[in-house]
Design a protein around this ligand. Structure first.
Ligand SMILES: [Zn+2]
Length: 431
């Protein structure tokens, strides 16, 4: 491989990913707009035309913003690589009077600030323009800024030690540094899994044990039936930030917590809450979470091995905008390879996205089937319809856009499957 060939490969992959992203976004907006005036037959009795139009307009508004984001992201990546942005940062940090490892840390900090500054306006626009316009936003500017500050503090507290450790391993651990780095990365993931429910999430939200109620009784009986032990049921004040509702599990082993957004509990009837939880339990019982973790472990090992190989190849740097004269510096500072790699990796992994979406949708179908066996299928369908309506999720996605990106199957497909399951099997215990 020469640097010129690699440059061409990179440019072609970037152009292709930008073109596919924009094309899919245009298809999605066009498809949704074309179906704006008619609620699909299966939902006609459950969702009104006003809610359907709102979902269409919300989807189109989000697609427009994402198209702008795609273009700006690509321009920034070009500026950082072929435009010489990262080379300038490397050159400048080379003059700073600290050890070589800390020069790499400074380089990451500068690149991080640049990426943060470019992405921040998008996040602001999403919350205060789009979410606000459709009545979902409950955040004030002060809360948004304090979230930003806390997020940054958490990123530094957790990310900086990991970065320093990996940079140190790249220098000190020899040829197989990537195996050590992989071990560090796995340990880090485990640490976050422990810290997230107990330390990180409570920085942003209040978690209160769920009150005794009809919903709680149903949930406890469901957990008993499925033989599931947890460290508690919590309600999160999601309504502080947004009108969207959700439920999730965090932690692992016996320390698993079940968290409901207050917005979800307000909206769903007790048997619907039970059905939603049965779906989430399905993900756990069918080992979807474990499978995801294993996949990510295998992938990150492969990715680190690839990085170790590229870090020694002069064409990798030269093809991504590091001038010949700076190659000795780049080759002596492992952080340069790591930073370049992290910047360009998404361009190449983008084409794998449909596979990951497909895998995830298969798990959703399996969790739905689990839920229909342990709770009421009719309640699950009713809950899904309410959630689609409340989140203004479109009922008429472009099939290709959906196949490429969606981690959850389109509403119509999902509900049709649930109804087909019920038609085939006798009613479940909990009906
Ligand atoms: Zn699910």
């Amino acid at each position: 491989m020469t640097s010129h060939v690699f440059l061409l490969v990179f440019a072609a992959a970037l152009a292709a990913s930008v073109a596919v992203r924009l094309w899919l976004a245009m298809r999605q907006a066009g498809f949704v707009r074309a179906h704006r005036e008619t609620v699909p037959g299966a939902f006609a009795s459950r969702i009104g035309i006003a809610a359907h139009r709102k979902a269409a307009d919300y989807t189109v508004a989000k697609q427009r913003l994402s198209m702008l984001h795609v273009v700006v992201d690509a321009a920034l990546l070009l500026a950082m690589t072929l435009g010489g942005g990262l080379a300038s940062i490397v050159g400048w940090t080379e003059t700073v009077d600290v050890g070589p490892l800390w020069r790499d840390v400074a380089m990451f900090a500068i690149a991080g600030v640049i990426y943060g500054a470019v992405n921040l306006p998008f996040s602001w626009w999403h919350t205060f323009r789009i979410e606000e316009r459709f009545g979902f936003n409950r955040m004030t500017m002060a809360l948004w800024l304090s979230d930003l500050a806390k997020g940054l503090a958490v990123a530094i507290a957790l990310g900086l030690p990991l970065l320093v450790l990996v940079l140190w391993l790249m220098r000190a651990a020899g040829t197989y540094w990537w195996l050590w780095a992989w071990g560090a990365w796995m340990a880090f993931q485990l640490l976050v899994l422990v810290l997230y429910p107990t330390v990180i999430a409570p920085l942003f939200n209040k978690f209160t044990p769920m009150e005794n109620s009809a919903a709680r009784e149903r949930i406890e009986s469901l957990l008993g039936r499925c033989g599931f032990r947890s460290a508690g049921l919590f309600v999160m004040d999601g309504s502080r930030r947004s009108g969207h509702g959700n439920a999730y599990f965090t932690g692992f082993g016996k320390a698993k917590r079940i968290v409901f957004f207050d917005t979800l509990l307000l909206r769903l009837a007790p048997e619907e809450v039970e059905a939603v939880l049965a779906h989430e339990l399905g993900h756990f019982k069918l080992r979807h979470v474990m499978k995801r973790i294993l996949w990510s472990a295998v992938l990150s090992l492969a990715i680190l091995a690839l990085l170790a190989w590229l870090a020694q190849a002069p064409w990798f740097y030269a093809g991504l905008g590091i001038p010949e004269s700076m190659l000795p510096i780049a080759l002596s500072r492992p952080g340069v390879a790591l930073e370049l790699f992290l910047l360009v990796l998404p361009v190449f992994t983008f084409m794998l996205e449909p596979l990951s979406s497909l895998y995830s949708r298969r798990h959703e179908f399996e969790a739905d089937a689990f839920a229909t066996r342990h709770a009421s299928a009719a309640a699950l369908t009713a809950a899904l319809v309410k959630l689609y309506e409340d989140n203004a999720a479109t009922l008429t996605p472009d099939p290709l856009h959906s196949a490429f990106y969606d981690s959850h199957p389109p509403a119509a497909v999902r509900i049709a499957r649930i109804e087909a399951l019920v038609a085939r099997e006798p009613m479940p215990l909990a009906a």
